[in-house]
Design a protein around this ligand. Structure first.
Ligand SMILES: Cc1ncc(CO)c(N)n1
Length: 506
C-alpha cells in the first residue's frame, strides 16, 4: 500500500521539537509520508534570538505548487506562515489545487507575525480550512489581532473563576465564525477539575478539555492534566496527527479524538521529552535479514561461534576424532533425533496452516532419513538398531530434546521453530565449511567424510533453506519484545548444541 502523503507548510526548527521536523515525526509515526514547503528557518536555543531566516518567497511558492501540482497530496497542514506574501501563496495554491483537507495550526502567539498576515490568515485561509487547531493563547491572539467584529467573542476573563468550561466553549464558537469547518480549541492552559469545574488550587487541576465544534455540535475530548512539565511536543503533535488520521481516512471528529490520544500517550512518564513513536514498532532487522541479524547479535555471536567452531567439529574435519567418541556421539544423536522427530510432529500439530503442517511432516520424515545414516555408521561399529535404541540417553541429549519439547508445549509455534533453528542452521553451516575447507581431509582418507557429505547433500540443504525461509517469513511478524524472548530460546538451544559436542568429546 502506498503511503498517504501530507504537505506540511511550516518553519524548519533545528531543535526538532516543533515545526516541520516535529510534524514529520508525527506523520511518520502514523505511517504517512511528508512533503514540505519551508517557510522560515529557526535555529535552536539562544541562537534563535539572532534571528529567524527567511527562504526566498519564490522558493516557498515553487515548493507549495510543486508538491500540490505533483498530485497525490490529499491533506495540507500549515504551521508558521511567516509573511503576508506566504499566506497569499498558500491561499492561492489551495484554491487552485483544492486538496481534500486543510489543517491549520496558526503559529501566531509565539512567532513574529505581521498584523496584516494575521488578518489574511483570518479572512482568506480560515474559510478554506477543514480544521483550525489552536490553544487558548492563540485564540485570544486572534481576538486581539483581527479587526473583525465578533458578536459573541468572550472577554478574556480577569477573574479565574470565569475561566470555566462555558468560557472555553464560547471561545471555540467565536473562532468558528471565522470560517473553518471545525475548530479544535486545546484547553491545556486551562485545566479543570475532574468534574470539569474551575479548580481552586493546583491540586484540583486534573483534566484538560479540548473543545471541538463544527457549527452545530460541541464535543469535548478530555485528557488528563499532567502539570506544567508537559513537553511542548504534546501540544504541537495534535495538528499533524489530525492531518495523518484524515489522510488515513478518518472523519474529522474521530481523527481529532485519536490525535488527542496520540499526543496524550506521547507525554508518557514525564522524562520531559515527547515520545513520538510510542506506538510504533521498530524491528531491529530489515525484512529478509533476520538470520544475519540474529547471528551477529552480541548475545548470540560468541555462543554461536562456540557451537559451529567446536573442537569436535574440527576433528571431524581433519579426521582425528577418536572412533569411540564418534560412535558415542552417533548413538546419542540417534536418540536425539527420535525426540526431535516427536517435536517436529508436535510442531505440525501446533499450526493451522496446511503449508506449515506439511512442512512439519516433511521435516519429521527427513529426520527419519537422517537417522538411516546413523544406522549405517553404527552397523560398521557392530551395533544394530535395537542395540542403539537400548542405550541410555546421556544428560546432554535429554536436556536438549526435553527443552525443545517443553518449548513445543508451552510456547508458540514460531518459538518452537526458533528452538529448532540452531540444529539445522548449525549443521548446514558446519558441513559446508568443512566441505569447502582445503584443510579438511577428504574422501577415503577421512572416516567421517560420509557424515560431512550427508549434511551438504541437496536434501539436507533444501531442509535447511526451508527452515531459513520459515524464520524470515515469521520474524517480521513479531513484536520487538517477542524478538527478544525468541532470541533467548535460540541462544539456549545453541548452548545445548555445544553441550552435545562436549558430550561427544568426553
Ligand atoms: C544435536 C544435533 N543437532 C543437529 C542435528 C542436525 O539435524 C543433529 N543431527 N544433531
Amino acid at each position: 500500500m502506498s503511503q498517504k502523503r501530507i504537505l506540511v507548510i511550516a518553519a524548519s526548527e533545528s531543535s526538532g521539537e516543533t515545526g516541520i521536523e516535529a510534524d514529520q515525526k508525527v506523520i511518520s509515526a502514523h505511517g504517512c509520508d511528508t512533503l514540505t514547503a519551508t517557510t522560515a528557518l529557526k535555529p535552536r536555543g539562544p541562537r534563535s534570538k539572532l534571528g529567524i531566516f527567511s527562504p526566498p518567497e519564490a522558493f516557498v511558492k515553487n515548493a507549495v505548487e510543486g508538491c500540490l501540482g505533483g498530485g497525490g497530496v490529499g491533506v495540507v497542514k500549515t504551521g508558521y506562515l511567516a509573511s503576508t506574501e506566504i499566506v497569499g501563496i498558500v491561499v492561492e495554491a489551495l484554491k487552485r489545487y483544492g486538496p481534500r483537507f486543510v489543517v491549520v495550526d496558526p503559529v501566531i502567539a509565539r512567532m513574529p507575525l505581521a498584523q496584516e498576515a494575521v488578518l489574511r490568515i483570518t479572512t482568506e485561509l480560515l474559510p478554506l480550512t477543514t480544521i483550525l487547531t489552536l490553544n487558548i493563547a492563540e485564540a485570544l491572539w486572534f481576538a486581539r489581532s483581527t479587526k473583525l467584529s465578533w458578536d459573541d467573542m468572550p472577554e478574556h476573563p480577569k477573574q479565574s473563576n470565569d475561566e470555566d468550561l462555558d468560557y472555553l466553549i464560547r471561545l471555540t464558537k467565536a473562532l468558528h465564525r471565522l470560517g473553518p469547518q471545525y475548530v479544535l480549541l486545546k484547553g491545556g492552559q486551562l485545566p479543570l477539575t475532574a468534574n470539569l469545574e474551575v479548580p481552586e488550587s493546583d491540586l484540583d487541576k486534573q483534566v484538560v478539555v479540548n473543545v471541538l465544534y463544527n457549527g452545530t455540535d460541541v464535543s469535548l475530548i478530555k485528557t488528563p492534566y499532567f502539570g506544567k512539565g508537559v513537553p511542548q511536543g504534546a501540544d504541537y503533535a495534535v495538528a499533524p496527527a489530525i492531518a495523518s488520521n484524515l489522510a488515513l481516512g478518518d472523519a474529522v471528529p474521530l481523527a481529532t479524538q485519536k490525535a488527542c490520544r496520540y499526543a496524550e500517550a506521547g507525554v508518557g512518564k514525564g522524562n520531559g521529552q515527547f515520545n513520538y513513536f510510542h506506538s510504533t514498532y521498530t524491528l531491529p532487522f530489515s525484512p529478509g535479514y533476520f538470520i544475519e541479524y540474529l547471528l551477529n547479535r552480541d548475545d548470540v555471536k560468541p555462543v554461536w561461534h562456540a557451537h559451529v567452531h567446536h573442537d569436535f567439529v574440527k576433528r571431524i574435519g581433519d579426521g582425528t576424532l577418536p572412533a569411540e567418541s564418534f560412535r558415542n556421539y552417533l548413538v546419542q544423536d540417534y536418540l536425539f533425533l527420535v525426540q526431535f522427530a516427536r517435536a517436529k510432529a508436535l510442531g505440525a500439530y501446533k499450526t493451522n496452516s496446511i503449508g506449515d503442517i506439511s512442512a512439519g511432516a516433511e521435516e519429521t520424515l527427513h529426520i527419519q532419513r537422517e537417522m538411516s545414516l546413523h544406522l549405517e555408521y553404527c552397523a560398521e561399529f557392530g551395533l544394530s538398531q535395537e542395540d542403539v535404541e537400548e542405550q541410555e540417553e546421556h544428560q546432554a541429549c535429554t536436556a536438549y530434546t526435553r527443552y525443545v519439547l517443553d518449548i513445543a508445549h508451552s510456547e508458540s509455534w514460531f518459538a518452537l521453530q526458533m528452538a529448532f533453528a540452531p540444529c539445522a542452521l548449525g549443521y548446514g553451516i558446519i558441513a559446508k565449511r568443512l566441505w569447502d575447507d582445503p584443510e579438511t581431509v577428504k574422501e577415503q582418507e577421512n572416516p567421517y567424510w560420509k557424515w560431512i557429505q550427508n549434511y551438504v547433500a541437496d536434501d539436507y540443504r533444501a531442509a535447511v533453506e526451508a527452515g531459513e525461509a520459515i524464520l524470515e517469513k515469521h520474524a517480521v511478524l513479531q513484536s520487538p519484545s517477542q524478538i527478544e524472548s525468541l532470541v533467548k530460546i535460540f541462544v539456549h538451544a545453541t548452548k545445548m548444541e555445544t553441550g552435545f559436542w562436549d558430550m561427544g568429546s568426553e
